[in-house]
Write a protein that binds this ligand. Structure first.
Ligand SMILES: Nc1ncnc2c1ncn2[C@@H]1O[C@H](COP(=O)(O)OP(=O)(O)O)[C@@H](O)[C@H]1O
Ligand code: SF4
Ligand SMILES: [Mg+2]
Length: 401
């Protein structure tokens, strides 16, 4: 069985296990599976052919903090270049963080090396955006899906072949595809192969970096639904990255919005879509398609002025101030240009980094972006083909925060 435990490592079924309580006191709440704090990834800018010297720093990720509970899906969304992929690559240690802490099941990842890192890596895997380039064209599907098993010395050749057949079945592919090559498949089928490979080692956390962005809209729905089914079946925890708020809504329990290397808003999904509190989120929402024509007719798009600034020279004060509609509305308050807004909790567990978030809550822009404060504002199906009932996530925990 693919979902059966293979080691003494703590499995997702232990999700409810609380922290050990010192001295028999009331148990503390369950520890999040992933705890990210102050994560930064900076890339040096070098110039000169022979004696290259550092002339600047790209602050791709610049102080990002969030947690993901077991069995939860956190959506991570933001425009291209805001640091989503760099965040994911640092989490799975494809990149070494410049600063910050990443705790996976209580273990600090940033300091792990060698065998210890390799062993822990079995428990978190990645699904890539581009199903065309992420599969080696010279290998059969069987070799691709079995590769992580081989790399970790799991099973005999016969056992691995049986496991590949199980995994292919789990992602909705017939056993015969095992002998074929990636170029023989469509984008959606290739992404299924990528998902099978990611699940080969029975991971607990799967970081999916724009897994449906390269696919047709009709295929996106199939892959999103597959990921949801697999989450239920194998008790997976997801970090689901997209640049499209509609796609993340359908998948996520909570959503984090990134801008220029920072998280600017983080809230339960239904809350974020009903009442976004950061001016950037409001603008993103206003631009995302809503399938309900009545709600669509009530909405107004906010066009953000200017280009996204370079992460090599983020604006002082609030990083969003060069494009912020609320700042203009408020008559350009000085604080926007001089004081970097801390992430603060507004309402119950709704995090936002804006000095004037309370003004967003009362704004016409928020009402127009969400479709007039309608209870679900047409967002429940995320535009990708689910009915309202199906779109409700059974693991959404009302009042959890
Ligand atoms: N290896 C790298 N070297 C230098 N700059 C990089 C590197 N990887 C990403 N960047 C830069 O970091 C920023 C964030 O990139 P990325 O994380 O890929 O954004 P996203 O996934 O949100 O589109 C971009 O400005 C990108 O050009
Ligand atoms: S702090 Fe000022 S510039 Fe930044 S998002 Fe809020 S209103 Fe806009
Ligand atoms: Mg990316």
């Amino acid at each position: 069985m693919i979902g059966s435990p293979t080691s003494a490592a703590r499995r997702p079924g232990d999700a409810a296990a609380p922290y050990p309580a010192p001295g028999g006191a009331t148990p503390l709440p369950p520890r999040p599976l992933l705890e990210v704090s102050g994560l930064a990834v900076h890339f040096p800018i070098r110039q000169g052919l022979f004696f290259s010297r550092q002339t600047g720093t790209i602050r791709a990720v610049d102080g990002v903090s969030f947690t993901i509970d077991r069995g939860e899906t956190l959506g991570l969304v933001g425009e291209s270049g805001c640091g989503k992929s760099t965040t994911v690559r640092a989490l799975v240690r494809l990149l070494r963080p410049t600063a910050g802490s990443i705790r996976f099941d209580g273990v600090e990842l940033t300091r792990l090396e060698g065998d210890a890192l390799r062993e822990l890596r079995r428990r978190f895997q990645m699904i890539f955006q581009d199903p065309y380039s992420s599969l080696d064209p010279r290998l059969t599907v069987e070799a691709i899906v079995a590769e992580p098993l081989e790399a970790h010395g799991v099973g005999t050749a016969r056992e691995r072949a049986a496991r590949v057949a199980e995994l292919l079945d789990a992602v909705g592919l017939p056993p015969a595809v095992a002998e074929r090559y990636p170029h023989e498949f469509s984008g959606g089928q290739r992404q299924r192969i990528g998902v099978a490979r990611a699940l080969a080692l029975q991971p607990e956390l799967v970081a999916a970096d724009e897994p449906v962005s390269a696919l047709d809209v009709s295929i996106q729905a199939q892959i999103v639904n597959l990921l949801k089914q697999l989450q239920q079946r194998f008790h997976l925890t997801y970090l689901f990255v997209a640049h499209d708020l509609a796609v993340v809504r359908h998948m996520s329990d909570r959503v984090a919005v990134m801008y220029l290397g920072r998280i600017v808003e983080l809230a339960r999904a239904e809350e974020l879509y009903r009442a976004p509190l950061h001016p950037y989120t409001v603008a993103l929402l206003s631009a995302a398609p809503v399938p309900d024509p009545l709600i669509e007719a009530r909405r107004r798009r906010i066009i953000l002025s200017g280009e996204v600034p370079s992460p090599a020279a983020p604006p002082p004060g609030c990083r969003f101030h060069t494009r912020c509609w609320l700042r203009e509305r408020l008559g350009r308050p000085e604080a926007c240009e001089t004081v970097d807004p801390a992430v603060r909790s507004v309402l119950d567990g709704h995090l936002v980094a804006c000095h004037f978030a309370e003004q967003v809550g009362a704004s016409a822009e928020q009402r127009r972006a969400t479709g007039g404060g309608n209870e679900d504002a047409g967002w429940t199906d995320g535009g990708i083909g689910q009915t309202k009932g199906e779109a409700e996530n059974p693991r959404s925990r009302g009042g959890r925060d």
